[in-house]
Design a protein. Structure first.
Length: 411
């Protein structure tokens, strides 16, 4: 009886107002975990599957009508094919800009070695439409072989690899990763231009730092907003691996993209200074001195001398000015133009500077050996002794005193 009564009550309270039975839907358990977003759901792009697995890729285009600081992106496509010839010492004699690949990596550490992974690799290139950029991401360590395979396939269409500090870091790291994956790396057939060396040669005398982000600001006039410092990027990736919250990677993608775009725009500036330095409209004397030293090292002494003198005319800080005058004097002497060297050494000897003593010594040598003017050489040597007393100068003074005495006796 009790069971039938309970059943009647149950039927009464489980019917709707029209008399139809209400369908019970089991309640969903609440998900108390933090919201998680996979990168392929948050960013435009796609998961790419290869015989080695899968990984994530995204691509964006910096259109040709856009500017990056002071640089028009449209200018990149019109760069001359022989632009990289001088800066690469002839290794890249001629190559159209559409065959250049601009590469940068974001890694799990800055020390290198077999435990360091390139978790994000960006490759930009030049096209008539602008500057497309493809970025390859491994969402977990197991996706590295797939990423490397696609990177190799993508680079197959280019002849020149351009990086910033890539010869020291990016390329050796990637070669290591290819070896660890038991795959052949694509860099053997590509000429590699590391723009860092040219940039340092050009700007190190004027700028405190030649880091890419500094040149981007000082040379291109780009001011990054909310950018990640490079040293904390590995921690963002580790946090992503731990939480799978892909929004943590968005600023990493942006940092990588701007680095590569800045690299391309600086490539439109740096090589011109080495391709035709005497035709380059330098605004700072220090920049011209940097190129002049490169020309001198390359054995182009006459050109180097002209650039050094133009640098002096443009204006230099005192320390660099005196160093440059000394270099001019030494080069004129080596080229056998002693009158020109004498004029420079005389100017250096007349004022207080770090090269004054060396200039006075050069004058003493000139008067003794070239003019045979022993009294003048003795006077100049004593001027040097007033600045620095040394055994070498004392011996020269003694020798010149004896020669002056012999000349007097013979006359």
């Amino acid at each position: 009886m009790l069971r039938r009564r309970i059943a009647r009550i149950d039927r009464k309270w489980t019917r709707d107002g029209v008399g139809s039975a209400v369908e019970h839907t089991p309640a969903r358990p609440r998900d108390l975990r933090p919201a998680r977003y996979f990168v392929e759901e948050l960013m435009s792009g796609q998961v790419v599957r290869t015989p080695c697995g899968e990984h994530f890729e995204t691509e964006k285009l910096f259109e040709r009508h856009r500017r990056h600081g002071s640089m028009d992106i449209s200018n990149l496509h019109d760069l001359p094919a022989d632009l990289l010839d001088s800066l690469s010492a002839g290794a890249i004699a001629s190559s159209h800009p559409t065959k250049w690949a601009f590469l940068d990596t974001e890694t799990t550490g800055l020390a290198g070695g077999t435990g360091t992974y390139a978790f994000l690799i960006g490759v930009g290139n030049i096209e008539p439409a602008g500057f497309p950029l493809r970025q390859f991401l491994m969402r977990d360590y197991g996706e590295e072989p797939s990423l490397l395979r696609r990177l190799s396939e993508h680079l197959a269409q280019f002849d020149v690899l351009i990086t910033y500090n890539g010869k020291t870091y990016d390329q050796p790291l990637l070669e290591t990763r290819f070896r660890m994956a038991r795959a052949r790396h694509p860099f053997e057939r590509m000429e590699h231009l590391d723009l860092l060396f040219g940039a340092r040669r050009l700007w190190k005398l004027r700028l405190e730092s030649c880091r890419l982000v500094e040149l981007e600001n000082q040379i291109l006039g780009v001011e990054r907003q909310g950018d990640l410092p490079g040293e904390i990027i590995p921690y963002y990736y580790f946090e992503y691996l731990r939480t799978q919250q892909a929004f943590k990677l968005v600023p990493v993608f942006h940092h990588n993209a701007i680095d590569i775009l800045s690299l391309a725009c600086l490539t439109a500036i740096v090589p011109f200074a080495f391709r035709a330095p005497e035709e380059t409209a330098f605004r700072h004397g220090a920049d011209m001195i940097g190129v002049a030293r490169w020309a001198c090292k390359a054995g182009r002494h006459e050109e180097a001398l002209r650039l050094l003198r133009r640098g002096v005319d443009l204006g230099l800080p005192d320390d660099l000015l005196f160093r440059t005058l000394w270099d001019i004097g030494v080069m004129e002497k080596r080229l056998g133009r002693l009158d020109a060297a004498l004029a420079v050494f005389t100017d250096l000897a007349a004022s207080r500077n770090a090269y004054r003593l060396r200039a006075i010594r050069e004058l003493a040598i000139y008067y003794e050996r070239r003019e045979r003017n022993y009294p003048k050489a003795l006077e100049t040597t004593r001027s040097a002794l007033a600045l620095e007393d040394s055994p070498e100068l004392r011996r020269r003074e003694q020798r010149l005193q004896e020669r002056v005495a012999r000349v007097k006796l013979s006359s």
